[in-house]
Design a protein around this ligand. Structure first.
Ligand code: BGC
Length: 731
């Protein structure tokens, strides 16, 4: 359809055709396993475009019925791990690589990134979201979107807004002050929309201030279009809301996944006059604007042969930079060729990606064991044997039952796509659950452990958790809290190894935080590996061996206890067993904004992460130029190995009339790899509007002194300076 203008197409289009454009065609038949597609208008040469998840890689079925070959996609680290890199250039490259895959598999629009907030540690989708901080999330999303769209694939920023928990997500009403909404929850959307112009936005399932987000014209029209000037397409989340007509009127351009019932109801509404010609045409125009930009409309022919090898290297780099070293008491790095005993089923079945729509079907996930072995470490064969036989035995019965049930329902349904769905998606999901849920860990005798400790140099214990959209993690043992058998495993392995003067390292293979305070003193090192994607094991090995120094930092506050997190006071909402309303009582005091302001000590603070080397900060100069705050300083590697540092800039308003957090992140920078003794001059440019607060009516940068705090974490501030804003700025 090259050369055809949207105006021309609209002028030749009937109302029926316009309605068919704004209602999706159900799950994709063009690209099996992609979440949806738009309807084609053959008469006018308008193709159907394909929409696919999102955010850790392209989610399509690896196998297609009756089609030879496999369609694997690269599993990149989850968003939470990407944010932990604090490396915008790297995240942009990840976005570009995901888009290259989307392009070669025929996916025109990627349903990512997601920028909801880490409000509660239990959120089932925490791994799919970047951070508890809106600026970090907004900047990450900007980089991701730029990367994706540089390949001609559309990015979809989601879920607009406040889908910060999964409990009750389809109907829950989020009650939140306008200030918190604007300063925390809308902010990452606003930043990415203004700076990267995502082609699409997905409105969330939940309600905000009484109305479904998809049916909320204040959100979708007033804020998004009128205030922010957003010009892209707005789609609903899949089966969101309860009234398609209201969705279209409020500002949704595309109802997803769409079906004939919705189509008929909208056509009827048009005929009866409740859907105006003007609104219908505007919505159809927005869909067409997206379609004409798509690779499909520009005649691109997908090869089904993405550069999986090249992308694996990028997935490896991102995994490497996102892992966060929480503790290291002379345990790491390990010596080359060390003998290691690997405990915890996650050491052998490392969870690479989360479940639900954030899942990616990759050809492999390199486990901790495989990664260490590949890098020349010796893995204790006797411990491995125990895991392989015990875990395999206990998971296989459950999997068999699950497969039987699936096979029966697949056979009942004659639809090939349903059969494919069952075979591809559910099968893997169930396998993952059965591997990770409730398999006891502590099955070693004291004598066995003693022997193992005697013949190995180090113990590595992996604790794994899996998570999915649709439900939150549990505030219970086995989820946020470690199970008794996991606690016993850590205690007994530590005792045995320490008795022989050997060290113990724990790897946390988790989507978000777990409780650490009750056991962290027992072990010598803790490395958070997140859901690291398919290359996880290799990245872990290189970090453990010190071939690369860890450089990830936490994108959220790691609480000592779940119930210290302020949002837990109202979670999951009311009524508790099936919440329909949740009040964000903590207002703007989300994450470190709460912990810092109210003097609560977390287990590990926002921005925290250790390295094998140390950095010195000096020569801070703060200036204003062209409506920007310019922060300059020097970072020098004063340790004995090479490493990258994440320098963070926090701003503290010293004399504010408003109620304000103790400090807020306003900028950050990841250095290049600095050799020992090497220095980098850092310049961080912060738009003045990042300093603004929402005073109830508008955004203002109050006049007065601001402390500019430069640090290696939110609680390890190395340099300070004061900047005076002489005149109040309205933004
Ligand atoms: C999720 C979205 C996803 C969509 C399509 C929904 O359940 O909330 O994030 O993009 O499904 O798979």
């Amino acid at each position: 359809m090259r050369g055809t203008s949207v105006d021309d197409l609209l002028s030749r289009m009937s109302a029926e055709e316009k309605v068919s454009l704004i209602v999706g065609a159900g799950s994709s038949r063009l690209v099996h396993g992609a979440s949806g597609e738009t309807r084609a208008l053959d008469r006018l040469g308008v193709p159907s475009i394909v929409l696919g998840d999102g955010p850790a890689g392209v989610r399509i079925y690896p196998a297609r019925l009756g089609v030879e070959g496999v369609f694997y996609a690269t599993a990149f680290p989850a968003e939470v791990a990407l944010a932990s890199t604090w490396n915008l250039e790297l995240v942009e490259r990840v976005g570009r690589a995901i888009a290259e895959e989307a392009k070669e598999y025929g996916v025109d629009v990627l349903l990512a990134p997601a920028v909801n907030m880490h409000r509660i540690p239990l959120c089932g989708r925490i791994f799919e979201y970047f951070s508890e901080d809106p600026i970090l999330a907004g900047e990450m999303a900007t980089a991701y979107v730029k990367g994706v769209q540089s390949e001609g694939v559309g990015a979809t920023i989601k879920h607009f807004v406040c889908n910060d928990q999964e409990e009750g997500r389809m109907h829950i009403d989020v009650v939140v002050s306008e200030r918190a909404l604007r300063e925390i929850y809308l902010r990452p959307f606003e930043i990415a929309i203004k700076r990267a112009k995502p082609w699409a936005l997905m409105a969330a399932y939940n309600k905000v201030r009484g109305l479904y987000c998809t049916q909320n014209s204040w959100l979708l029209t007033r804020v998004l279009r009128e205030e922010w000037g957003y010009e892209g397409l707005v789609m609903t989340d899949w089966m969101a809301g309860d009234d398609p007509l209201e969705q279209v009127k409020a500002g949704c351009d595309l109802i997803m996944p769409g079906d004939d019932r919705v189509l008929k109801s909208l056509l009827e509404a048009y005929k009866q006059g409740s859907l105006s010609e003007q609104i219908l045409t505007q919505r159809a125009r927005n869909v067409l604007n997206l379609v004409v930009k798509s690779l499909k409309a520009r005649g691109y022919k997908a090869s089904n042969k993405p550069d999986l090898e090249g992308h694996a290297r990028i997935a490896y780099e991102a995994a490497l930079e996102g892992m966060v070293l929480l503790k290291n008491e002379s345990a790491l790095p390990l010596a080359e060729g060390a003998k290691v005993a690997l405990f915890g089923r996650g050491s052998y079945w490392t969870i690479g990606v989360g479940l639900g729509s954030g899942r990616v079907h990759s050809k492999y996930v390199v486990s901790v064991a495989e990664g260490l072995r590949e890098r020349g470490l010796t893995i204790d064969p006797n411990v491995e044997k125990v895991y392989v036989s015990t875990v395999h035995r206990s998971s296989s019965n459950a999997s068999y039952q699950a497969f039987r049930r699936m096979r029966e329902s697949a056979l009942r349904s004659g639809d090939p796509l349903t059969i494919e769905f069952l075979l591809n998606w559910l099968a893997e999901e169930i396998m993952e659950w059965t591997r990770t849920v409730n398999i006891q860990e502590d099955f070693f005798t004291d004598d066995f452990l003693d022997e193992v400790a005697r013949r190995n140099d180090t113990a590595v214990i992996t604790i794994s958790r899996v998570s999915s959209e649709g439900f939150d993690r549990a505030p219970a043992r086995g989820d946020f809290y470690l199970r008794d058998d996991e606690q016993r495993l850590i205690a007994r392995v530590s005792q045995a190894f320490h008795k022989h003067g050997k060290k113990v390292v724990v790897l946390l293979n988790v989507p978000g935080p777990v409780e650490v305070v009750s056991w962290r003193d027992l072990v010598d090192a803790i490395l958070v590996i997140w859901l690291p994607g398919q290359e996880g094991g290799r990245a872990i090995a290189d970090l453990l061996l010190g071939r690369v120094s860890p450089s990830g930092k936490l994108p959220f506050t790691w609480p000592k206890d779940l119930f210290e997190c302020p949002a837990m006071r109202t979670y999951p909402g009311e009524p508790k067993h099936a919440p329909t309303r949740v009040v964000y009582n903590e207002g703007i005091y989300v994450g470190y904004r709460y912990y810092d302001t109210f003097g609560v000590e977390p287990a590990y603070e926002f921005g925290y992460g250790l390295s094998y080397t140390t950095f010195e900060y000096r020569d801070l100069v703060v200036d204003r130029a062209d409506g920007k705050l310019v922060v300059k300083f020097k970072v020098r590697n004063v340790g004995s190995c090479s490493g990258k540092e994440v320098a963070q800039v926090y701003v503290r308003a010293l004399a504010s009339k408003l109620d304000r957090p103790f400090q807020e992140l306003k900028g950050f920078y990841k250095t290049r790899a600095l050799a020992p003794g090497e220095e980098e001059e850092v310049t961080i440019t912060i738009p003045m509007e990042y300093l603004a607060s929402f005073d109830g009516k508008c955004w203002v940068v109050e006049r007065g002194p601001y402390e500019i705090r430069v640090g290696t974490s939110s609680r390890d501030v190395k340099l300070k300076a004061v900047l005076h804003v002489e005149v109040e700025l309205e933004v």
